[in-house]
Design a protein around this ligand. Structure first.
Ligand code: ADP
Ligand code: MG
Length: 401
């Protein structure tokens, strides 16, 4: 087990400077934060520290700025949003490192909060540059990693910083959000009440198809929807028309079909259209009736019923990736139906954990977010953890004494 911030004595924190890696990778429209969930979720950790009299230095990445200091990837809008949530000023520092960052931290008063600019404005974050990690570690007395969303990455601002802090004799502990994420996911992972079911969908096929194999050894049932199902359809020799298919993964899909057998459940019908857009004519067809000009945009009504029935039997459920292009009207019904089925299972006492940015948004859209056990802030990280992979962001933390 890893040490968490709640195990650090509040008295010790008074007057200390604490470096916190948060996950403020939020969607922006201009200078406006359109979904503040991740910022809101980091508030308890920040307030625990400021209430104890610590100075808080926040680090986060936002998007993939490709090393340039592009305004559209600035964390400045996050500082404004966070200040509103905290009801306290947040000092925004327009550089993630260097003398301006060091100087701003030196001037910070106890209880004060500073947010440094996007860590990925320095190329060394993603390459895990030890000098950059040491610079950030040198800003404080303690490192708190609350960025579960990037726990599967070994970057300078995550595991590099934890290691650098340990090297200078300091501790690296999990924040409250990180601790909660690990608790729910590890519970689902280590001793799930059975039947244990995973539901996978979404579009990031190549990154997720690899975990299916690992998940198949752990779960009793694996339901597949979204664009990922299309690759399986093609592997089964079905026509997928102009649907999104990952041809490079077809051989792997064939292998998984052989390994998974009755544990792997694919859609039996789908919603198709000639183009995936709002207000286009759509049809529900069985999976062997997809035409050359058709694009599969959602699971069909028979599959909704079939999947809901299966979900009703499960005691533990992990779900990552929507069943269709739920952002577009006409292709959302499959995802909404699955969200309701998972919520109903949780109402009856099942454990339901949802991971993934889009899946979280879908659960919000279906209006059931408060009925599921846990909506994770980390898609890639939760999937990697469930598949038994290593999480450098967690592994680099100080062991519980
Ligand atoms: P998450 O963010 O939950 O991990 P992903 O990012 O992998 O999920 O996938 C979400 C995206 O998958 C959504 O934008 C959705 O429109 C898309 N998607 C789902 N089903 C299909 C499909 N059949 N064809 C194309 N895109 C799809
Ligand atoms: Mg996504």
């Amino acid at each position: 087990m890893k040490k968490t911030i709640s195990e650090v004595a509040p008295g010790w924190l008074a007057g200390k400077t604490v470096v916190v890696r948060a996950d403020f990778n939020v969607p922006l429209m201009g200078a406006r934060v359109t979904d503040a969930r991740r910022i809101r979720e980091s508030v308890p950790t920040i307030e625990l520290l400021t209430h104890a009299g610590a100075r808080v230095v926040l680090l986060s990445h936002l998007g993939r700025p490709e090393r340039e200091t592009k305004a559209e990837f600035s964390l400045a809008p996050v500082a404004t949003e966070l200040a509103g949530l905290l009801g306290e000023p947040v000092t925004f520092v327009s550089s993630p490192n260097g003398p301006p960052a060091a100087e701003a931290v030196r001037r910070l008063a106890p209880h004060g909060v500073a947010l440094l600019e996007n860590t990925r404005f320095h190329a060394g974050d993603e390459t895990n540059d030890p000098e950059l990690a040491a610079f950030w570690a040198g800003l404080g007395d303690l490192f708190v990693n609350d960025a579960f969303g990037v726990a599967h990455r070994a970057h300078a601002s995550t595991s590099g910083l934890a290691e650098a802090m340990s090297a200078r004799g300091g501790e690296a502990v999990a924040g409250l959000l990180m601790a909660r994420e690990l608790r729910f996911l590890e519970e689902a992972l280590h001793a799930p009440e059975r039947p244990f079911m995973a539901i996978l969908g979404g579009a990031k096929i190549s990154s997720k198809i690899g975990v299916i194999s690992a998940l198949l050894t752990r779960v009793d049932r694996l339901l597949i929807g979204g664009a990922m199902a299309n690759t399986f359809f093609k592997a089964m020799g079905l026509h997928t028309g102009s649907s999104l298919v990952e041809d490079d993964s077809i051989d792997l899909a064939k292998k998984l079909l052989r390994e998974g057998r009755e544990r792997l459940l694919l859609p039996v019908d789908c919603i198709v259209a000639h183009q995936i857009a709002a207000r286009v004519p759509t049809r529900a067809v069985t999976r062997d009736q997809v035409g050359d000009d058709d694009m599969i945009g959602d699971i069909g009504p028979k599959t909704r019923a079939l999947f809901a029935e299966e979900i009703g039997k499960a005691k533990s459920i992990v779900w990552n990736g929507p069943m269709g292009v739920f952002e577009i009207d006409g292709f959302e019904e499959g995802t909404v139906a699955i969200a309701h089925a998972v919520a109903a299972a949780c109402d009856r006492g099942a454990l339901g954990v949802i991971g993934g940015g889009d899946s979280g948004a879908a659960v919000d859209r279906a209006g059931v977010a408060d009925r599921v056990t846990h909506v994770s802030t980390g898609g890639g990280a939760s999937i990697k953890l469930l598949a038994g992979g290593r999480l450098p962001g967690r592994d680099s933390l100080t062991d519980r004494g």
